[in-house]
Design a binder for this molecule. Structure first.
Ligand SMILES: C[S@@+](CC[C@H](N)C(=O)[O-])C[C@H]1O[C@@H](n2cnc3c(N)ncnc32)[C@H](O)[C@@H]1O
Length: 695
């Protein structure tokens, strides 16, 4: 593979010191193979767009088995491993989200869709994707792929039929897999028909000896045995696919010297096919055993082994630090050059953006001094605002939400700029003069040079002929620009996607409106009900759903994996369930403490001495984060726990307020203060518990 094609960002990866070799040029005509150990989404996000000729993927099927539903992540951990891999390395398995058990389908969707979107992005214009799946998910995947690639890009559904294993007596035994073929451009893709392998005629006597000897070309149904459990091809990796099937895809759909990517690589079947057929390969898997199998299987081709760093832990969202976030919002609806059509929506957009972010509204979390809005700025005004923000900052790693609504323009191949009030159109009406627009690339470079994580929200229609024709590429190019310059700490929300343009209406751009409406309604599903603030990632799906149901194009939302989480807006759907220590809690504790005698008290006594309300509430003192009281000899008696005794003795503090999390667990509420007994109920005295408060 050419080095330009893959652009592995060496600084971000660590080559395996044990095996840093490459395929030697005389073996493989300068071809290269890479085996990447890490999560494929994180890896895909590091790849430049339009760099891969062929993608074949065989993701784990959504089999519906309980264990398959677990989202597991294996991390290298020599200190407390739960399994030992090759070379004695320790690995710990982390379960990511048990709630996912409830709904496997939802899980699969949110797992596969972002990966398919990235696959589309990294494919070259003439590239193809082959998705190997089975009957359980194929119809869903086809719908996702129709949305991502466009229906016209669907070329074939290949049925790989085999005949092996047990048969059902209750239904037709399922003995096939489905392989969906999508071409990025349905009019121009690689299909080396002349290299097709021929298969025997079913009735050779009917076609004559010459034809019978040559055989016929296969159709979209491929009969091929599975990998024999006892044959030489077998690597021992459980889901290994037959080389014959995979090799046909590589031979027919790529050329010598092309780069083929498999980001669910398993045992590396694609790598073997590529090495035989002189294609470069990139194989990604997050399972250390798959990596070891691939290393062994492909050793003679000397691939480079690359370990992706473990994802950096994202800083936890904190409402205490919205001070690190600033908003610069520009909207342009008036243009000096009559050739640029006036717009109706951006004015309204600016109002919505103010309401979205300003703490004085019901939605926002940022103070006015953190928000700058510019109505109809000139190029110089917007440029100066960006530079001033970059120069005035004191902290590193701040976040700037850069919002723009108005015309955008394609400046050159894959270059994009924002049209401001004084932007000029070329005299012949053919697009903008580049120096009269603000280049998107310049904004990103300025922000990242100042150590800012940029978050771009662009609600722009792309003016000019090039923009209209190259719609997809503009958005992809913007992603690539941010990606290249801001590494993986960025956000990009873009109004345009697919073939449709952004829409200009009196009540604002469709995208800004969707963002505003989703924020105003809040998210009250199980996951979000308990989240007082929403983050960018919370918005992705609801916005897409809203835009789809209102008939507008899907927007694009990219979030770099290292973008720190931050509260974007308040969640209007937040339904807190909290408990706060009250005066009757203090009285209950004092009753149980009994001035140091520490006794078990019946519920009847609590009720009699502290009143009805105390009866209903004293049991809250047993909740996890507090854990101050427990049952006595039976559930009708109560006594202090060990923690309870420490607390009453003034040796322990607990969160004043606790809240019920999305999974029903009790935890300290955000920013709850730690209190001692004397602070409960707002009391700030240092009164020691009396021997018997109400005797
Ligand atoms: C069905 S197997 C692929 C088998 C492969 N086609 C072969 O012939 O051996 C799917 C692979 O995807 C890998 N995988 C699953 N989730 C992944 C992720 N998020 N990142 C990288 N690899 C992943 C699994 O470890 C597994 O090896």
């Amino acid at each position: 593979m050419s080095n330009e094609a893959v652009h592995l960002d060496r600084a971000r990866f660590e080559a395996d010191p044990v095996d840093p070799r490459r395929m030697p040029p005389d073996d493989a005509a300068g071809m290269q193979g890479h085996i990447i150990f890490g999560d494929n989404l994180a890896y895909l996000r590091t790849m430049p767009g339009a760099s891969i000729d062929l993608i074949y993927i065989d993701p784990p099927f959504n089999t519906g088995r309980v264990q398959a539903r677990k989202q597991l992540r294996t991390v290298r951990d020599d200190s407390s491993p739960d399994r030992i891999g090759f070379k004695g390395n320790g690995y710990r398995t982390e379960v990511l989200g048990e709630k996912a058990f409830d709904d496997t389908f939802e899980d699969f969707t949110s797992f596969i869709v972002p990966r398919l979107e990235e696959a589309h992005r990294v494919l070259k214009p003439t590239g193809s994707l082959f998705l190997h799946i089975d009957y359980r998910e194929v119809h869903y995947c086809k719908v996702y792929l129709d949305q991502i690639f466009g229906r016209a890009s669907f070329i074939n559904e290949i049925i790989w039929a085999y005949d092996y294993g047990a048969r059902s007596r209750r239904r037709w035994s399922a003995k096939h897999d489905n392989i969906l073929w999508y071409a990025k451009d349905p009019d121009e893709y690689t299909f080396n028909f002349d290299d097709i392998d021929r298969i025997p005629y079913m009735a050779p006597s009917l076609v004559g000896p010459e034809k019978a000897a040559r055989g016929k070309t296969p159709t979209d149904t491929w009969w091929h045995t599975i990998v024999s459990p006892t044959g030489r091809e077998k690597t021992g990796y459980p889901t290994q696919k037959p080389l014959g099937v995979v090799e046909r895809i590589v031979r027919l759909h790529s050329r010598e010297g092309d780069t083929v990517l498999d980001f669910f690589a398993g045992s590396g079947t694609i790598g073997e096919a590529c090495a035989k057929l002189r294609r470069n390969f990139i194989l990604v898997d997050n399972n250390p055993e798959a990596i070891e199998v691939m290393k062994r299987r492909l050793a003679k081709f000397r691939p480079a082994i690359v370990n992706m760093p473990q994802p950096t832990k994202k800083p936890v969202s904190s409402v205490q630090s919205p001070g690190h976030v600033h908003v610069l919002a520009a909207a342009v609806w008036e243009y000096e050059d009559a050739a640029l059509p006036r717009l109706r929506g951006p004015k309204k957009d600016l109002d919505m953006v103010r309401a979205l972010f300003s703490a004085s509204s019901t939605l926002g979390v940022y103070q006015d001094k953190q928000i700058q809005t510019l109505a109809n700025p000139t190029v110089e005004e917007l440029r100066s605002a960006v530079v001033k923000y970059a120069m005035d900052r004191s902290a590193k790693g701040d976040i700037l939400i850069f919002y723009f609504s108005g015309h955008g323009s394609v400046l050159a191949n894959n270059e994009f700029g924002l049209c401001l009030k004084d932007t000029k159109i070329r005299p012949d009406g053919g697009g903008c003069l580049p120096l009269s627009v603000l280049s998107f690339d310049d904004i990103i470079r300025t922000l990242t040079a100042a150590d800012v994580h940029p978050v771009f929200i662009i609600d722009a229609c792309f003016s000019g002929k090039a923009g209209q024709n190259e719609q997809n590429k503009v958005v992809e190019a913007m992603h690539d620009d941010v990606h290249r310059v801001a590494a993986s700490s960025y956000g990009l929300l873009c109004a345009c996607y697919g073939e449709a343009l952004a829409h200009d209406t009196d009540d604002g751009g469709a995208f800004t409106k969707a963002l505003y409406e989703v924020a105003s309604a809040g998210l009250a599903d199980d996951t979000h009900r308990q989240k007082p603030h929403l983050q960018l990632s919370d918005f992705s799906r609801p916005i897409q759903q809203r835009l789809t149901t209102t008939g507008f194009p899907l927007p694009k939302l990219y979030l770099g994996p290292d973008l720190p989480e931050f509260p974007l807006v308040r969640n209007a759907g937040f339904q807190p369930r909290t408990e706060t220590l009250m005066a009757y809690h203090r009285q209950t504790l004092e009753l149980l403490w009994d001035g140091g005698k520490d006794r078990t008290v019946s519920l009847t006594e609590i009720l009699r001495k502290l009143g009805q309300s105390a009866y209903g509430n004293h049991s809250k003192l047993s909740l996890g984060p507090w854990d101050l009281v427990e049952d006595g000899e039976d559930t009708k008696h109560r006594r202090l726990t060990k923690r309870g005794r420490l607390f009453v003795a003034g040796k322990l503090k607990v969160p004043e307020t606790i809240e019920k999390g999305a999974k029903g667990e009790w935890r300290p509420a955000d920013h709850a203060r730690e209190v001692g007994l004397a602070d409960i109920g707002g009391a700030r005295n240092s009164r020691k518990p009396s021997r018997s408060p109400r005797r």
